[in-house]
Design a protein around this ligand. Structure first.
Ligand SMILES: Cc1ncc(COP(=O)(O)O)c(C=O)c1O
Length: 471
């Protein structure tokens, strides 16, 4: 996977090729796509842990504004993007689609690799695509403050930015491991005007409970969610915002796939393979859902593949069961691929992929056979990330290096078979504030942790035993 020497490389790269496929601001899609309209079978409902009944809008009202609750349950095919949101989107959207000519040359593959780059956003990732509408709908409903969790620091930065656009206060619980590894993310969040706490914190019941059990806890997304939800639930002027997992979040991200469809059409291409990394499923779903719509309509037939870390393999090793979205058990029960709500993964560098569960929509589509999933260790992913940086010139965030590793694998397979596959991947963020992770990789200090299937099953079984009994 080493990058070729400069002299060899320059000789092999033709300089007249088109690299970026761009859309003008006028060409930006003006509606989000709702995959729930087209899923061949509806996903199981979200349940109230007390009654075991499907949750209704009233159950969600303490945390979310009415517009987002309606979007969460809507089966309309499209939702118009409000003008106030489009206006903020235009700060960085449409985002570029790149043809990875230099990576292809380095690999010597006949495959054509495209990447949709979301690192051009204010936070440096796809997360503002949903942070902006979430902040907008909350401001419209008269809410004055949002709370949230952040794993990689990307979501916290995105929500802090979005809140600054609509004059909302913002309070962020940053997973301890990420808070310690990434001081610059905290500073960025504060620069956008939000307040940051390391999680677990002693500001909430949930945090105090975890700290009593483990004073050195490195935290997890599940714990940070419990803290942010607890703070919002206790204050009628404060709501909670989630950066992934939920239907409306994935719907907001479909702007990625809708743009990519238009961009590929401009160069007359259709993908044979889509690969994306999955933490809670939002960048992957956002890229994949519009392509699944096209596939179900018989207009194309891409394979759609999710890539997760071996340290947190919810799709590939988790159980498909009803579980809490947070660690303490404050959220409704969602049917999803889960490692158990108290699973605390190793503090791998892809902080955004350290979530015990998976979007119920992605889980359902995976169960129904519409998606594939694989897991890869972080050192393989960083090898692909470094190769990508040395060829394409972008240092990827640790999370999308998982997708890049899978794209490189497929491109290498094409080299063996001679197939000219079109591979589309979501490069969902840059890694400019993740350089400590690259330092660990380059200095040989990075370690990998695979979970034995038996350990995973034991963890899931323990967590599921503590769930309310559903009739
Ligand atoms: C850059 C980046 N990619 C991917 C993820 C994973 O989230 P999701 O699966 O919702 O896209 C995160 C989450 O924080 C992230 O920051």
């Amino acid at each position: 996977m080493d990058a070729p020497r400069a002299s060899e490389y320059l000789a092999r790269v033709t300089q007249t090729k088109q690299h970026k496929i761009l859309l003008s601001e006028d060409e930006m899609p003006t509606r989000w796509y709702n995959v729930l309209h087209d899923v061949p079978t509806p996903p199981p409902p979200v349940l109230h842990p007390g009654t075991g009944e499907p949750v209704g809008p009233d159950d969600l009202a303490p945390l979310f504004p009415a517009d987002l609750i309606m979007q969460e349950v809507s089966t309309d095919a499209y939702v118009e993007i409000p003008g106030e949101v489009l206006d903020v989107y235009r700060l960085w959207r449409p985002s570029p689609l790149y043809r990875a000519h230099r990576l292809e040359k380095a690999l010597g593959t006949p495959a054509r690799i495209y990447y949709k780059y979301e690192g051009v956003s204010p936070a440096g990732s796809h997360k503002p695509n949903t942070a902006v509408p979430q902040a907008f709908y909350n401001a419209k409903a008269g809410i004055t403050k949002l709370t949230t969790e952040t794993g990689a620091g990307q979501w916290g930065s995105a929500l802090a930015f979005a809140c600054s656009q609509y004059a909302l206060d913002c309070e962020v619980w940053q997973v301890r491991a990420s808070y310690d590894q990434k001081p610059y993310r905290r500073i960025m969040i504060e620069t956008f005007g939000a307040t940051v706490h390391p999680s677990p914190s002693d500001l909430t019941e949930a945090g105090r409970k975890i700290l009593a059990q483990d004073p050195d806890s490195t935290g997890s997304l599940g714990i940070a969610i419990s803290e942010a939800v607890e703070m919002a639930a206790g204050d009628p002027t404060t709501n909670y915002a989630l950066g992934s997992v939920l239907n409306h979040v994935l719907m907001h991200q479909t702007i990625i796939g809708e743009e990519a469809l238009l961009q590929l059409a401009k160069v007359g291409e259709q993908p044979d393979l889509l690969v994306g990394c999955t933490g809670g499923g939002s960048n992957f779903g956002g890229m994949a859902f519009p392509f699944l719509r096209e596939k179900w309509a018989g207009r194309m037939s891409p394979v759609v593949r999710a890539v997760e870390p071996t340290a947190c393999p919810s799709l590939t090793q988790g159980t498909y069961a009803y579980d809490f979205g947070d660690t303490i058990g404050m959220t409704p029960l969602m049917k999803m691929h889960t490692l158990g709500h108290d699973f605390v993964p190793d503090p791998i560098h892809a902080g955004g992929l350290r979530y015990h569960g998976m979007s119920p929509l992605i889980s359902h589509l995976y169960e129904e056979g519409h998606l594939e999933a694989i897991a890869r260790p972080q050192s393989d992913c960083f090898a692909a990330g470094v190769l990508f940086a040395r060829t394409e010139g972008i240092v990827p965030a640790p999370e999308p290096t998982h997708a890049l590793a899978a794209a490189v694998e497929e491109a290498n397979r094409c080299k063996e078979t001679g197939e000219e596959k079109v591979i589309l991947t979501a490069l969902c963020g840059h890694g400019h504030l993740d350089l400590a992770a690259y330092d660990a990789y380059l200095s040989g200090e990075m370690t990998d942790r695979d979970w034995a299937d038996s350990d995973i099953q034991a963890s899931v079984a323990r967590a599921l035993q503590r769930l309310p009994v559903l009739s």
